[in-house]
Design a protein around this ligand. Structure first.
Ligand code: IPM
Ligand code: MG
Length: 327
């Protein structure tokens, strides 16, 4: 029987409970589809700070997640750790983790379930049939740019992208578009930022290799507005780290709830699968957190990292049948 090594990082807040639900679903489909999953748990985030003093212990990456077939991750963070120096915060652990895993492409699909068209705050006719793939650059841009600092009077960060960084995320977006509706919308702020001009010029160059794909450009402020005004116009959206962070939260509300958007963080090594939402400490431990985004992320893991398509399809079908409360 096929066996896969899966790294599990539950994290903080609702992380443990949503990941536990996803593991139940994974075990159920593994049983019926004829493969086995071996799980190994690793620490990251606030819990890692409490146990080891560091938000990302060395053993989590080296000899840990890097050696597994895929990683399922819940969420990190919480008020308890918000006053720590930045290098010790849970979020810093997550960013270091993404960097160490070299997962430069974060795929965040926003798909509307028919059952949900009335649950969204937007009108049904606006959201019916929405199927967007946000391709967010994950290990560059202003999140990682140097120099950065805060001396109490002046604080600064740097938004920086090199051409190769833009090329690799751009290619991912065009490849995905070839398997979808063959449209890429690149989101930037080229009317103001040099870094966005290079982004835009590079996207134009990549487009020459994909004559079947229609490339358009949109400024990020307009994109935020268009996502809510007419989300159906989008197929693949490719954008930098911070714009992708913001636009994917908006996209989650377009399809009904932030508890519904899964994601896959991929590069050339082990991929990480995680819901796009945070650790929601305010509702942790009450059994009311929506586990669907994590279960969908587990489905993406089966599909993209393990090639277990039948099992992934079963998860998608089961989600559609799940009670409206979760959808
Ligand atoms: C996300 C989150 C993270 C991010 C935080 C927790 C650092 O908002 O995955 O979207 O900004 O990337
Ligand atoms: Mg976010």
């Amino acid at each position: 029987m096929k066996r896969y090594n899966i790294s599990i990082i539950k994290g903080d807040g609702i992380g443990p409970e949503i990941v536990d639900e996803a593991i139940k679903v994974l075990d159920a489909v593994a049983g019926t589809c004829g493969f086995e999953l071996d799980y190994k748990e690793y620490l990251m985030g606030g819990i890692a700070i409490d146990v080891t003093g560091k938000p990302l212990p060395e053993e989590t990456v080296e000899g840990g997640v890097l050696n597994s077939d895929a990683c399922l991750f819940g969420a990190i963070g919480g008020e308890k750790w918000d006053t720590l120096p930045r290098e010790l915060r849970p979020e810093t652990g997550l960013l270091k983790f993404r960097e160490a895993m070299e997962v430069y492409a974060n795929l965040r699909p926003a798909i509307i379930y028919d059952e949900l068209v009335n649950a969204s705050t937007l009108k049904p006719e606006v959201i019916e049939g929405v199927d967007i793939m946000i391709v967010r650059e994950l290990i560059g841009g202003i999140y990682f740019g140097q120099p950065r600092g805060n001396d109490g009077f002046k604080a600064f960060n740097t938004m920086v992208y090199t051409k190769p960084e833009i090329e690799r995320i751009g290619k991912q977006a065009f490849e995905l578009a070839m398997k979808r509706d063959k449209r890429v919308c690149s989101v930037d702020k080229a009317n103001v930022l040099e870094v966005s001009q290079l982004w835009r010029d590079t996207m134009e160059e990549i487009a020459k290799d994909y004559p079947e794909v229609e490339l358009s450009h949109m400024y990020v402020d307009n994109a935020a507005m268009q996502l809510v005004r007419n989300p159906k116009q989008f197929d693949v959206v490719v954008t930098g780290n911070i714009f992708g962070d913001i636009l994917s939260d908006t996209a989650s509300m377009v399809v009904g709830s932030i508890g519904l958007l899964p994601s896959a963080s991929t590069g050339d090594k082990t991929a990480i699968y995680e819901p796009i939402h945070g650790s929601a400490p305010d509702i942790a431990g009450q059994g009311i957190a929506n586990p669907i985004a994590t279960i969908e992320s587990a489905g993406m893991m089966l599909r993209y990292s393990l090639g277990e398509i039948e099992a992934a399809d079963k998860i998608d079908a089961a989600i559609k049948k799940s009670p409206k409360r979760w959808l």
